[in-house]
Design a protein around this ligand. Structure first.
Ligand SMILES: *[C@@H]1O[C@H](CO)[C@@H](O)[C@H](O)[C@H]1NC(C)=O
Ligand SMILES: *[C@@H]1O[C@H](CO)[C@@H](O)[C@H](O)[C@H]1NC(C)=O
Ligand SMILES: *[C@@H]1O[C@H](CO)[C@@H](O)[C@H](O)[C@H]1NC(C)=O
Ligand SMILES: *[C@@H]1O[C@H](CO)[C@@H](O)[C@H](O)[C@H]1NC(C)=O
Ligand SMILES: *[C@@H]1O[C@H](CO)[C@@H](O)[C@H](O)[C@H]1NC(C)=O
Ligand SMILES: *[C@@H]1O[C@H](CO)[C@@H](O)[C@H](O)[C@H]1NC(C)=O
Length: 747
């Protein structure tokens, strides 16, 4: 291993010029989008669609596509896009509007009319903005942590068809960091103490965490490197812009040993973590090592993966800066930017704007302006990450002149739970574009976790290509028809009810599932909903009634499980209120009844419902973690990572249940056991006349929660049971009472 290098020697290394990437030729983009069509539609149908790429279509502006059915031609439709992505978006437009198809995380509905319909008149569409962005730095851990190439390939296909042209490409960076740190003279144990386990890398990269659930095995790095090669190659071949990670200023402690005179300061602990796993070292922006490390890393990374010149870095994500002095904040952002341009003179910095609305007391206008103006105007793109609920651009004069992307965050922790702010996303991007001196350059999706609430993502993707809002109720009826491949009045009514209730959160809405179902029980739980519960019960009834007609559709089955799940989540809140009421009025028989129903019927039934659908299986998440391993020891480490992220989130429940999921296996063995303990302690308390102590319960239940992480049980990856049958059984038992309670209004 190379010993510590002198700074001067490092500076010489940094002088190596970066090779500029060759822009992806149109022919190659065309080949990539044709291959996509064959994967999606099969060779025969794909051959009835002519796909081509012609940059002139954009006329120097943002992406555009054209659909037409040439008279007498052998093909049904000719789709031309200004890029591979634009052609793919045009293809999806054709499949959506002319063939009634649908593609989503829950599955595809691609039953094509025979013969393929022709387009009556030429259609031209141009997106209003340069960028359609996708991903959140957290998605890397909440959703992609264990993905293989097959899963990535499907995702990139979906991205292209959705018209997304800007996305993070974050894999393999730890390998490059390791190389850089070893070359600087850190040793392996110092590096192992720095990286977190795979399920927590997002927060290691943000400087929030180090060491937790690690170290990373050697094989991890190699697999990620291989994936990253394939992912960037595929994204670029479709004309997407990949965003690579860059240096934000945080360093491992080992840097202080190797360079004793380096000026690094320890920040405070992140979230509920103390300095065992948090409190990163942040380099002073004036320290020469800032440029050395940042530029060395980026050069190494570009050597490995090439570049599209856009880089991501977040220095103060949920971390308080050392000083609120605007001059200091400008120096920091300037140092980050210079470390990028040191490696790539054309660098553009893409930054998550989450910090500004997360700590608004700290980030006053002067502080925001200073951070943003540390970088030349136009050389930064800020993601207005949570713009549907707490947009930052309106109170920062449109980020003081720096370009920004209007993003829908929508989801926290990859929680399940029907949720949307459809009115806000249907208006927000258009208002942002009309804002005085708007610097908006795109729209985006920035969910922390995916594979939930397909409807809002499909809507947002469509809005990225529109110039004005759309009519939501008629859009959602059409959505239901496409999703199930058949017009069905009951399904359509169900979706209109969901649209006006669970999907229509207005005001400041945070989609963090606080249902008592997925939270550690206490006598002070929040059961408020932002919608009328009876709309979801009624949607359940309607969807179920469409079972005979739609039961063979996989997307229908997914939605039936999801809506039933939501109804059960509401029911759990009802039973919780009964349990609490009975306890408080010392009514033991009522406590036993409500507690008994919850623990011995409702939760087990929910678990069997979820176990009947492939996409709601705990086993799928855990086994995909194990499958990423190359030895039993690695498999154990990865499985521990996977289980901990869903539950305790940290060694001692630091961010307990933040990434809660409703999965078959998890409901019974984690939430169910927890509720059972709660009810039995309440019963014991009434029986013995001694008060219920939350603190004592918390200690006891922590053993249950921890026990789940190490229970060694293997969970199935294949569904069992019939979702329709289980949902119907639940419905017959619970719907009448549920409707009566919800119509009576809140107690
Ligand atoms: C790395 O360096 C630290 C500090 O000098 C030392 O304690 C540790 O044993 C070293 N580890 C290895 C693997 O050399
Ligand atoms: C910090 O957190 C670790 C891990 O949860 C714990 O073991 C340790 O006791 C904590 N230290 C302090 C000082 O609270
Ligand atoms: C070291 O860094 C801190 C924080 O960035 C700064 O306040 C301090 O002036 C620096 N010290 C020296 C000697 O440069
Ligand atoms: C927009 O920019 C112009 C030119 O810089 C400036 O005169 C005007 O005040 C700005 N408008 C608003 C609302 O900020
Ligand atoms: C959402 O709710 C608001 C009132 O809060 C209402 O004006 C609007 O029409 C609703 N939107 C839909 C799609 O139901
Ligand atoms: C919820 O909707 C039901 C059925 O439409 C209605 O009877 C009830 O009054 C509504 N509840 C509230 C609180 O608006």
């Amino acid at each position: 291993m190379a010993g510590p290098l002198r700074v001067a020697a490092l500076a010489a290394l940094l002088a190596v010029p970066v090779r500029a990437p060759v822009p992806v030729p149109e022919r190659r983009q065309e080949a990539a989008v044709r291959a996509l069509a064959r994967r999606l539609l099969g060779p025969r149908a794909a051959s009835a669609v002519a796909l081509s790429v012609d940059g002139r279509l954009a006329a120097g502006g943002p992406d555009a596509y054209r659909l037409l059915s040439p008279p007498g031609a052998a093909v049904a439709v000719a789709v031309t896009g200004s890029s591979g992505v634009a052609a793919a978006a045009g293809l999806y437009r054709y499949l959506r509007d002319f063939c009634g198809c649908h593609l989503s995380w829950a599955g595809a509905q691609l039953r094509l009319p025979e013969p393929l319909p022709r387009v009556p008149a030429e259609i031209r569409a141009a997106t209003p903005n340069r960028y359609r962005y996708y991903q959140n730095v957290c998605t890397q851990s909440y959703s992609y942590a264990w993905w293989d190439w097959a899963r990535w390939e499907r995702e990139i296909d979906w991205m292209a068809l959705s018209g997304i042209n800007l996305a993070l490409a974050f894999m393999g960076q730890e390998l490059v960091w390791q190389r850089v740190y070893l070359s600087l003279g850190l040793n392996q144990s110092e590096i192992d103490a720095y990286f977190t386990g795979p399920a927590f890398l997002a927060w290691n990269r943000l400087g929030n965490l180090h060491g937790w659930a690690g170290p990373l095995p050697r094989s991890w790095h190699l697999k990620q490197l291989y994936l990253q090669y394939r992912v960037v190659e595929r994204m670029r071949s479709l004309g997407m812009i990949t965003v690579l990670p860059a240096f934000a200023g945080h360093v491992p402690q080992g840097v202080l040993r190797v360079f004793p005179r380096v000026n690094a300061t320890r920040l405070g602990g992140w979230s509920h973590f103390n300095c065992t796993y948090s409190c990163p070292y942040l380099l002073d922006p004036e320290d020469p090592m800032f440029q050395v490390i940042g530029t060395l890393f980026l050069k190494e990374l570009i050597k490995e993966f090439g570049t599209d010149h856009i880089y991501s870095a977040d220095t103060f994500n949920e971390m308080s800066p050392l000083s609120s002095d605007p001059a200091y904040l400008s120096r920091v952002s300037n140092a980050v930017f210079r470390s990028m341009t040191g490696a790539d003179p054309e660098a553009l910095w893409l930054m998550q704007g989450w910090l500004f609305q997360h700590q608004p007391d700290f980030w006053q206008p002067a502080q925001v302006r200073a951070l943003l103006h540390g970088v030349p105007l136009g050389r930064m793109i800020v993601l207005d990450l949570f713009a549907e609920s707490k947009p930052v651009y309106p109170w920062t004069e449109s980020f003081y002149g720096q370009p920004f992307i209007w993003c829908m965050l929508h989801n926290f922790g990859g929680n399940h739970g029907l949720f949307g702010t459809v009115e806000s996303i249907n208006r927000g991007p258009f208002e942002a574009r009309r804002f005085p001196n708007s610097t908006m350059v795109g729209t985006g999706l920035a969910p922390e976790g995916i594979e939930q609430n397909d409807v809002v993502y499909e809507l947002m993707n469509e809005l990225g290509w529109r110039h004005e809002p759309l009519d939501l109720p008629s859009w959602v009826s059409r959505y239901a028809q496409r999703r199930y491949g058949a017009a069905n009045a009951a399904a359509s009514s169900a979706w209109r009810l969901l649209l006006r209730s669970a999907y229509n959160c207005t005001g400041v809405c945070v989609n963090h599932n606080h249902s008592p179902l997925v939270r550690r029980p206490s006598l002070h739980m929040d059961t408020q909903l932002w919608y009328n519960a009876s709309d979801v019960y009624e949607a359940w009834r309607l969807l179920l009634s469409a079972g005979t007609a739609l039961g063979s559709s996989l997307t229908y089955r997914y939605d039936l499980v999801d809506v039933t799940r939501q109804a059960v989540q509401q029911l759990v809140a009802d039973y919780y209120l009964s349990i609490r009421g009975a306890f408080q009025s010392r009514a033991l028989p009522e406590l036993l009844t409500a507690g008994g129903v919850l623990v011995y019927d409702l939760l087990p039934e929910l678990d069997s419902l979820l176990s009947s659908h492939r996409l709601f299986l705990l086993g799928r998440w855990l086994e995909s973690a194990r499958a990423a391993a190359t030895s039993d020891r690695e498999a154990e480490l990865y499985e521990m990572n996977a289980r901990n992220q869903l539950t305790l989130w940290g060694p001692s429940g630091n961010i307990l249940d933040y990434a809660n999921k409703q999965l078959g296996g998890l409901v019974l063995d984690y939430y169910g056991v927890r509720w059972s303990l709660f009810v039995s302690l309440l019963v014991e308390s009434l029986n013995s006349g001694s008060p219920f102590h939350q603190e004592q319960f918390n200690q006891a239940v922590f053993q249950v929660e921890r026990g789940f992480i190490y229970n060694k049980k293997r969970y199935p990856t294949a569904p069992v049971g019939d979702a329709l049958e289980i949902s119907r059984k639940l419905f017959l038992k619970y719907y009448p009472g549920a409707m009566k309670r919800s119509q009576a209004g809140p107690a």
